[in-house]
Design a protein around this ligand. Structure first.
Ligand SMILES: [Zn+2]
Ligand SMILES: [Zn+2]
Length: 142
């Protein structure tokens, strides 16, 4: 994700980059926590009392369409957002919902072929590892 590119794209589309929208973009820059829309809203609502959750959702949708943010379907009920759009995989903690980045994993050829044999045109392959993070494991041990 690149703020300069985002500002330029907004300008090209003739969409005003309001202080609220810019705050959302800035809060995502370099964020490795894979936040949900609600996480972002909670972070910013004190500083921007007029911010609505709808604005957060709309801005994330826009950033996704620009290809500047990836939407991750790791959580069963909410989308998580990743400003790192380079190919990589994720490990997800099933207790605290923490998400960490993993290096990109090549999907096994056999899986791709099976999907293609079923007539699927493969659009995207996601590798997700589910587990219990170190911190959650330690809490349980004490
Ligand atoms: Zn955890
Ligand atoms: Zn990631």
């Amino acid at each position: 994700m690149d703020i300069k590119t985002i500002i330029r794209k907004y300008r090209e589309m003739g969409v005003r980059l309001t202080p609220q929208r810019l705050a959302i973009v800035k809060s995502l820059e370099g964020d490795r926590s894979h936040p949900s829309a609600i996480d972002i809203y909670n972070r910013l609502k004190d500083e921007y009392p007029s911010l609505s959750l709808t604005t957060v959702y709309n801005t994330l949708q826009m950033l996704k369409e620009m290809g500047e943010v990836a939407e991750l379907n790791l959580h069963p009920e909410k989308s998580l957002y990743d400003p790192d759009v380079t190919p990589h995989s994720h490990v997800y903690c099933i207790r605290c919902e923490r998400v960490d980045d993993l290096p990109y994993a090549e999907p096994p050829e056999a899986l791709l072929k099976k999907a293609q044999d079923l007539g699927y045109k493969v659009k995207d392959v996601a590798t997700i590892v589910y587990g219990i993070c170190k911190r959650c494991g330690e809490i349980r041990d004490h």
